[in-house]
Design a protein around this ligand. Sequence first.
Ligand SMILES: N[C@@H](CCC[C@H](N)C(=O)O)C(=O)O
Length: 261
Amino acid sequence: MRFVKGHGTGNDFVIVADVDNDRPLSVAAIARLCDRRRGVGGDGLLRVVRAAKHPDGVGQAAAAEWFMDYYNADGSIAEMCGNGVRVFVRYLVAEGLVETNRVPVATRAGVRDVLVENDQFSVDMGAARTFGTSTVAIGGEILSGRHISMGNPHLVCRVTDPTEYDLTVQPEFDTELFPTGVNVELTSPTDTGVRMRVHERGVGETQSCGTGACAVAVDALGGPGTCTVDVPGGRLTVTITEETVILTGPAVLVAEGHTLV
Ligand SMILES: N[C@@H](CCC[C@H](N)C(=O)O)C(=O)O
C-alpha cells in the first residue's frame, strides 16, 4: 500500500488514498501503521476517500469532493483534526486532485474550507462551542479547565508554566463528562498570544494540535481577534470572528513509500 507522510507544526500523519473506499483499515492495522518503532509512525492516519463513497461523507458530497477519514494513532476515530485537514489539502494539491486554492473538505464535523496561500494553509473551523469547567489530575495536581468543542472535545487549562507538567501519562479526566475521552491543553500567555502543550485523546503528548490551538485561542481571546499559538512543534495563528474560527499554519509532505506488512 502506498503512503505519504506529512505534518503540520510537528503533528504528523500517515496519509493513504483509498478513493473508492474499498480497502478499509482495521483498528489494529491503523495502530500498526502509526507505531513509531514497528510502523511508519504518526500521531494519526488520514484516509483520502471520495465523499460520495464514504458513509460519513456522502451527505456532504454535494459540497465537497473529498472526505478526510481521520483516525488517531491508536485507531480510534475523531470528529475533526485541524492540522490533519490542512495536511490533507497539502496532499490533494501535491497529487493534482484539486485545481483551486480554496478546497472544501468533508469531515465528520462537517465541511471545512481550506485556503492555500503562499505555503500557508488556513482552515475555516466553524464556530467553537464553549461549555462549563471541569478538572483533570496530572501528576497528583488537580487543574481546572474550560470545556471547549471544536467539533472534538477539549479541556483548556490555564497554568503558570506548561513545561512543568508530565504529559507522558494520561491525565485523569471526568469520564462522565467526556465518555469518549478528551484532549487536554495546558496554556499560558505570551507577548503575541499563548503557548500550549497538549495531551491528545487516542495519541498522547503531541508536538501540536490544530483544534487544541483553536480552543486555547478561544479561551484566551474571549471574543473576536487574532493571536499566535506557540506549540512545541512551531507556531500557528488563530483568528476569531463573530461567526467562525480560522486556523493558519504550514503543512508539509516529507516522504512517500510502500508498506511491506
Ligand atoms: N491533532 C488534531 C486532533 C486530532 C484528534 C484528537 N486527538 C481527538 O481525538 O479529538 C488536530 O490538529 O486538531
